[in-house]
Design a protein around this ligand. Structure first.
Ligand SMILES: [Zn+2]
Length: 280
């Protein structure tokens, strides 16, 4: 083939050398390449891309490019009204579920505490992670863009931040999940849901001080860990606020957060049977 003109919009520039960000540039394609081949050849995982226009017309990833084509590549959540044209991915994930790579254990724990079903195994290689994520319709979270370039992967995101708390805020913002938060409904250790238990049922398992000061308890339906609203509860609630500073306290007193619907209970991540480093 020959050369094309291509431009990557918004945060897709994160994957490009500085001189190629936010502008159209020429690219010489070695063969009869598909849109996906060209995009990934330039370093951008296809999972980050939601819409590709060739000469102004939307195309799929398998579209083959021709000499002189002008290609515009938009990210998944570009703040641009592209609803009128079709995206490259016809089936959005209806339920937000994640699979985190081996380097994102702390992020996985935060996401679970926020209520999101997040698979994490520190003994999986990239292939196992990719296959499981696809089979279970999970969005892969990774710091390794190469993982997302695997052909079977359809939904994934390269986490830019390095600190776990910043990563949580990044992911919640990127996928617009603030309205879907269900803090403290899921076990941070095993990812199963928790359910309320009466104090009478479990009091014999509690440290004396905990039994004295706390009245509400939850148990993980998977691993059996007990949870209560310990000292970390408040700091974690602040973490789940999209605001910062004094507004955290407003949110903590927000009835929408403190009066959950029946069956939806919160709990602290404090847990008798977890070690100190279990608390993010
Ligand atoms: Zn558990």
């Amino acid at each position: 083939m020959g050369s094309i003109s291509i431009r990557f919009y918004a945060e897709l520039g994160d994957f490009l050398p500085v001189e190629r960000r936010g502008r159209e540039f020429e690219h010489v394609c070695p063969g009869r390449d598909s849109v996906k081949d060209v995009i990934e050849g330039l370093g951008v995982p296809h999972t980050e891309v939601d819409l590709v226009l060739v000469n102004g017309e939307p195309v799929g990833f398998d579209h083959h490019l021709s000499e002189g084509d002008r290609v515009s590549v938009y990210p998944v959540f570009e703040a641009l009204d592209i609803s009128a044209v079709k995206s490259v991915r016809s089936q959005p994930l209806r339920v937000v579920r994640f699979a985190a790579d081996v380097h994102l254990g702390r992020l996985a724990r935060y996401l679970r505490l926020a209520g999101f079903d997040t698979l994490y195994r520190n003994d999986w290689d990239d292939r196992e992670l990719a296959e499981t994520a696809v089979r279970e319709h999970r969005i892969i979270l990774t710091r390794d863009r190469g993982l997302l370039m695997r052909s079977i992967v359809t939904h994934g995101y390269v986490v830019r931040e390095t600190l776990p708390r910043a990563q949580l805020v990044e992911v919640l913002g990127r996928f617009d999940l603030w309205g879907l938060l269900r803090p403290f409904t899921r076990c941070s250790v095993c990812n199963d849901c928790v359910e309320p238990v009466t104090k009478a049922e479990i009091v014999s398992e509690l440290p004396a001080r905990t039994a004295r000061y706390y009245q509400e308890f939850w148990r993980c339906t998977g691993c059996g860990r007990l949870y209560w609203r310990g000292p970390h509860y408040r700091s974690l609630m602040k973490l789940f606020s999209p605001d910062a500073g004094p507004s955290d306290f407003r949110r903590l007193s927000d009835p929408r957060l403190t009066e959950l619907p029946p069956g939806e209970q919160r709990h602290s991540d404090e847990c008798e049977y977890s070690h100190g480093d279990d608390t993010p």
